[in-house]
Design a protein around this ligand. Structure first.
Ligand code: GDP
Ligand code: MG
Ligand code: K
Length: 299
């Protein structure tokens, strides 16, 4: 644990926003490690991932929430959103992420459900984009959002390019309560290495299968152990039907090879050691309906 001086702060931060504004990318940059998967598709973050950033003055504990349902209103979505709002009431500060120059109905849905008694920082992301280059227009865009909610502070960032991330941390810090750190200073997440390995493979599947992604697909760690400094990781990709296998494997196994190579490189970087990774595809039928149900529950 870091040595604690008087005035040390430690607290919980939730990152919220509609799908694809860059929450996962932002969290990875905030903690300087890839713990949350990112992709162009919405809803890739199914699990709550905690990221931890520790410095000499504070420990920041981030929760990447599963997110508000922003697509349509129904009883189930309302209920899920109510749960998210309640969960958010328990954090010390919320970072509400929006995309520069693009504020949609989905953004408004999230903003409307922010809990009333927790400070919210507005983070305007993707300022690297051309449409955000006009400073006056950007300021006008920000003023428009700030008119609709009482934000505690505002920052502009580019998560993808790591711009102004330190400024955002500085803005968050005073909202954290004084207290001793909850986690060791070299800990970046409370998720297990098994879980992270699975998430990395899931991310590559999303990236390389694109529109062909089978709806009912899951990833399972079959083996995970260390031998002589090398992590041996065996991961099965589960599909519902035999005819979905080729979609994942690709011509001559090309797709699966790309997926496992990229996943292995990410794992080596994250775990800081050599990785032997084997990914293969298995058919597990009669299982899709369960998955569909869980997806509907946002799990
Ligand atoms: P989430 O759904 O809110 O977690 O969003 P992700 O972090 O998965 O990002 C969605 C997409 O936006 C990905 O393609 C990211 O690479 C992209 N993205 C995230 N941050 C930035 C940014 O600062 N600039 C640009 N140009 N793209 C970004
Ligand atoms: Mg995400
Ligand atoms: K996403």
């Amino acid at each position: 644990f870091p040595s604690v001086r008087e005035g040390y702060r430690c607290g919980f931060i939730a990152i919220v926003g509609r799908p694809n504004v860059g929450k996962s990318t932002l969290m990875n940059h905030l903690i300087g490690q890839k713990v949350s998967i990112t992709s162009k598709k919405a809803q890739t973050t199914r699990n709550r991932v905690t990221g931890i950033y520790t410095c000499d003055t504070a420990q920041f504990v981030f929760v990447d929430t599963p997110g508000f349902q922003t697509d349509h209103r129904n009883a189930l979505n309302d209920r899920l959103n109510q749960n998210v709002t309640e969960a958010l009431g328990g954090v010390d500060v919320i970072v509400f992420v929006v995309e520069a120059m693009r504020f949609t109905e989905a953004d408004r849905t999230v903003m409307k459900q922010l809990p009333p008694h927790t400070p919210v920082i507005l983070a305007v992301n993707k300022i690297d984009k051309d449409k955000a280059k006009d400073k006056a227009a950007l300021q006008h865009f920000i003023d428009g959002i700030r008119a609709g909610f009482d934000f505690a502070a505002c920052e502009v960032v580019s998560a993808k390019h790591g711009l102004r991330i330190a400024n955002l941390l500085e803005t968050i810090e005073p909202f954290l309560p004084e207290g001793i750190p909850l986690y060791p200073d070299d800990m970046v997440t409370d998720k297990s290495a098994r879980f992270l390995a699975m998430e990395i493979v899931r991310e590559k599947l999303f990236r390389y299968l694109g529109e062909e992604l089978p709806y009912a697909m899951n990833v399972e760690v079959e083996q995970f152990d260390e031998q002589e400094g090398i992590n041996h990781i065996y991961i099965a990709v589960l599909v519902d039907k035999e005819n979905q296998k080729p979609m994942v494997i690709g011509k001559g196994g090309e797709k699966l090879k790309k997926i496992s190579t990229e996943a292995r490189l990410d794992m080596e970087k994250l775990f800081g050691c050599k990785v032997f990774l084997k990914v293969w595809v298995k058919v597990k039928s009669g299982w899709a309906d369960d998955v569909r149900f869980l997806n509907e529950l946002g799990l």
